[in-house]
Design a protein around this ligand. Structure first.
Ligand SMILES: Cc1cc2nc3c(=O)[nH]c(=O)nc-3n(C[C@H](O)[C@H](O)[C@H](O)COP(=O)(O)OP(=O)(O)OC[C@H]3O[C@@H](n4cnc5c(N)ncnc54)[C@H](O)[C@@H]3O)c2cc1C
Length: 218
């Protein structure tokens, strides 16, 4: 098991027993989630952008429009904080105060590097393969014009923390006699039945790689 010590900024202080240092668990969460939230401050105003992302070894890849003011700011090296969150269930305690969620969340501090040329194309291919495994072969790759319109950023997994909530309800002893059910309602991360595009030119079958997705994500 690979793990590491947190830096002062990544030491969880609130409920520190929920902090995980295991890199394999971190990667399992990062490889399950599809969406990250990346923060940037522009003219004193904080913005938090939801983006699709991919883990590429010890870095995360995100992409956006080259016309995006906020992406240009990130590309310029603005300090950022990125979070990835998976909700794994709802915790129904006997009190509203103790009711909560099961979750896995990863927080990454640092700044982004803009990728160009071969690195940019490779990172986009990684993003497609990660978000839609198998699709890279079927879908047309980006044209030079599309590439020019796209900003591709990498943020290193150097300064990060992970927090996991996975315990049963932790009720006040005075509430334990309350005559109501308590427990956890788990949530799964999986896909539902694919829906054909209305403009399909022929009754093409849903690709096998798509059929394999629900089982592959957890
Ligand atoms: C799905 C979900 C729902 C949540 N709902 C609530 C809520 O309703 N109210 C609430 O107060 N808190 C909630 N939390 C927890 C919240 O994210 C913070 O962990 C918590 O508020 C403690 O904040 P703090 O400023 O005291 O953190 P501190 O412990 O002081 O933070 C210190 C460092 O710990 C790390 N850290 C803190 N929180 C996280 C995290 N979640 N993931 C990864 N690293 C982290 C960071 O590196 C941070 O710099 C929720 C978390 C998740 C994932």
């Amino acid at each position: 098991m690979s793990s590491r010590q947190p830096a002062p900024r990544t030491q969880v202080r609130r409920l520190p027993d929920k902090q995980l240092h295991d890199v394999a668990e971190r990667d399992r969460a990062l490889d399950t989630a599809l969406v990250a939230h990346i923060a940037v401050v522009s003219d004193g105003q904080p913005f938090v952008l939801p983006v699709g992302f991919a883990r590429d070894g010890e870095r995360l890849i995100v992409h956006g429009s080259n016309a995006s003011r906020l992406f240009r700011s990130l590309a310029g090296g603005a300090p950022t904080c990125l979070t990835v969150t998976l909700v794994d269930g709802l915790v129904l305690a006997r009190s509203q105060f103790e009711s909560s969620m099961h979750y896995r969340s990863v927080m990454v501090f640092g700044s982004c590097t803009e990728l160009h040329g071969e690195q940019k194309s490779a990172a986009l291919a990684t993003l497609t393969e990660r978000l839609m495994p198998g699709r890279g072969i079927d879908a047309r790759p980006p044209s030079p014009k599309e590439l020019a319109a796209t900003c591709v950023l990498a943020i290193p997994l150097q300064e990060w923390s992970m927090k996991v909530s996975a315990a049963p309800p932790d009720d006040d002893p005075a509430d334990l006699d309350r005559p109501v059910w308590a427990g956890v309602v788990p949530m799964e991360h999986r896909f539902a039945e694919p829906v054909d595009a209305p403009d399909l030119r022929a009754p093409y079958p849903v690709p096998q790689y798509v059929r394999s997705w629900p089982a592959g994500r957890h």
